[in-house]
Design a protein around this ligand. Structure first.
Ligand SMILES: C[S@@+](CC[C@H](N)C(=O)[O-])C[C@H]1O[C@@H](n2cnc3c(N)ncnc32)[C@H](O)[C@@H]1O
Length: 394
C-alpha cells in the first residue's frame, strides 16, 4: 500500500509516493482498529484531512498548473470580479456587513474580491476566512499579504463558524470536498460501502446500512417514486447537509453563495447514473478510483443541490437562486467586468478570451458548475440569477 496508480495516471514522484505510503499506513491502522473495515466516508475523511497527512492538511500543491486541478478563481480574476459585484449588492442592501469565505484555497478569490470591492468603494467591514487546513491558511496569509497588504487589518482567519454573521458567505468547491457516504442497493436493502484491505491493497466491502443512511436513501427513493434498481450505487452527502445547517445557524442576515459541480436530485439519482458521482484528480487527470494514491490525489463527489437546498430551508433559509456558472457570470456582470478588454495587448486579449471560455463553455466549467444562493432576510436576489434562475429544477 498505497496501490499503484491506474495505468492511465502519471507516475507520482518518489517523495509523493513515500507520503502516500504514510497516509495508507495511517488508514490501515484505522481499518485494523475498527475490526477490518471502515465506511467509505471515513476513508475519504482520512485521505483528505488526516492531521498533517491528508491531501488538504499536508503540503501538496493542489491548485493550478503544477497541482492536480484548477478552480474558477484560479482560472481567471474575472470570476472573483463578478462575485464581488454580487457581494456589493448584498452589502449595499444591508448597508454594511462582512464577507465570510469558507475553504479559501490559495487565497486568490479573496484577493480578487477585495481588490474589486476596493475599486468600487464597497469594501466589507471584514473579510473572514474559515479554513480547516493549517497549511492552506499559511499560504492564504502570505498570498494576501503580498496582493493586498494595505487591507490586512480587514482580513481575519477564524477557527470556527462565527455567531451572528451579517453579509455574505462564500464557498467555492468546498461542498465537493466533504466526505460522502456511498451506498448500494441489494435485494431491496441498503448497504453501506466500506473500505477494507486485501493483499495489502485497499478494496471495497459492504455492510448493512445504519439507520441514518438507510433513512436518507429511502427518502430519496420515495421522492423518485421508484425503488432503486438492483446493484444501483451512489453517494449521499450527509456531511454536506449537516455543514449547511451549521452555516445557516451562523448567518443572521444575508446571502450564502455556493459554487460547485452538481445537479438537481432528479438527475443525481437517475436510474442510468448507477455508479455515482465520485471524481478523483491527480495531476490534471480525472478518474473515479478513490482507493488509489491516498493523500496525494483529490477525492471529490458531485453535489445533489436539492439536498443542500432542502437542508438550508429546514434551517430557515430560502433559496434566492440556482443557476449554471456560465449564467451566473453572464447575468452577474461579465460584460461590465470586461470593459477594459479593448485596451489589452493582443496577447492579453487572447489569454482573457481563453479564460472566459474555460469559465463559461458548456463542455468546460460553464454548465457542470452551478451556483446556489441561499438567503436569510428580505433582500432581493443577486442580479446574477436574474436571467436564468433554475430554482424550479431543485
Ligand atoms: C477544492 S478546495 C477549493 C479552494 C478554493 N475555494 C478555490 O476555489 O480555489 C477545498 C477547500 O475547502 C477547504 N475545506 C474543506 N472542508 C472544509 C471545512 N469543513 N471548513 C472549511 N474549509 C474546508 C479545503 O481545505 C480547501 O481549502
Amino acid at each position: 500500500m498505497p496501490q499503484d496508480s491506474p495505468p492511465s495516471l502519471p507516475k507520482p514522484d518518489d517523495i509523493s509516493l513515500a507520503h502516500s505510503k504514510r497516509v495508507a499506513a495511517f488508514i490501515r491502522e484505522r481499518i485494523d482498529a475498527a475490526g477490518g473495515s471502515i465506511a467509505f466516508s471515513e476513508f475519504m475523511h482520512h485521505a483528505l484531512y488526516a492531521p498533517g497527512l491528508g491531501y488538504y492538511t499536508a503540503g501538496a500543491t493542489k491548485f493550478g498548473a503544477a497541482g492536480d486541478f484548477i478552480t474558477a478563481p484560479e482560472v481567471s480574476g474575472v470570476f472573483g470580479a463578478v462575485v464581488a459585484r454580487q457581494c456589493a449588492e448584498v452589502l449595499t442592501s444591508l448597508t454594511g456587513g462582512s464577507i465570510l469565505e469558507i475553504g479559501a484555497g490559495s487565497g486568490k478569490l479573496a484577493a480578487d474580491i477585495l481588490e474589486a470591492l476596493e475599486t468600487a468603494r464597497a469594501l466589507p467591514e471584514a473579510y473572514r476566512i474559515l479554513e480547516v487546513s493549517a497549511d492552506l491558511r499559511e499560504r492564504q496569509q502570505s498570498y494576501l499579504e503580498q496582493r493586498v497588504p494595505h487591507l490586512g487589518t480587514r482580513i481575519e482567519w477564524l477557527s470556527e463558524l462565527p455567531a451572528g454573521h451579517r453579509g455574505i458567505v462564500l464557498a467555492n468547491e468546498v461542498l465537493d470536498a466533504l466526505p460522502v457516504e456511498r451506498f448500494v442497493q441489494r435485494a431491496g436493502r441498503v448497504f453501506r460501502q466500506c473500505v477494507t484491505t486485501s493483499n495489502g491493497e485497499f478494496t471495497w466491502d459492504e455492510a448493512l446500512a445504519g439507520e441514518s443512511l438507510a433513512a436518507a436513501v429511502r427518502e430519496i427513493e420515495e421522492e423518485r417514486g421508484d425503488p432503486f434498481p438492483e446493484a444501483f450505487r451512489s453517494e449521499v452527502g450527509l456531511a454536506a447537509a449537516n455543514w449547511i445547517l451549521d452555516v445557516a445557524a451562523a448567518l443572521d442576515e444575508g446571502i450564502v453563495l455556493l459554487f460547485d459541480y452538481g445537479v438537481s436530485r432528479r438527475e443525481y439519482y437517475a436510474s442510468e447514473r448507477d455508479d455515482g458521482w465520485l471524481r478523483c484528480h491527480f495531476r490534471h487527470h480525472a478518474h473515479n478510483d478513490p482507493l488509489v494514491l491516498p493523500g496525494i490525489q483529490d477525492v471529490t463527489s458531485w453535489i445533489d443541490f436539492t439536498a443542500i437546498a432542502k437542508a438550508a430551508c429546514a434551517a430557515g433559509l430560502d433559496v434566492a437562486g440556482y443557476t449554471s456558472q456560465a449564467q451566473f457570470l453572464i447575468s452577474g456582470g461579465l460584460e461590465a467586468v470586461m470593459a477594459g478588454f479593448d485596451s489589452l495587448s493582443l496577447e492579453g486579449q487572447l489569454e482573457l478570451s481563453q479564460q472566459i471560455k474555460t469559465l463559461t463553455l458548456p463542455g468546460e466549467m460553464g454548465e457542470n458548475f452551478k451556483c446556489l444562493a441561499l438567503r436569510r432576510g428580505d433582500m432581493a436576489a443577486p442580479t446574477a440569477f436574474a436571467l436564468a434562475d433554475r430554482t424550479h429544477t431543485l
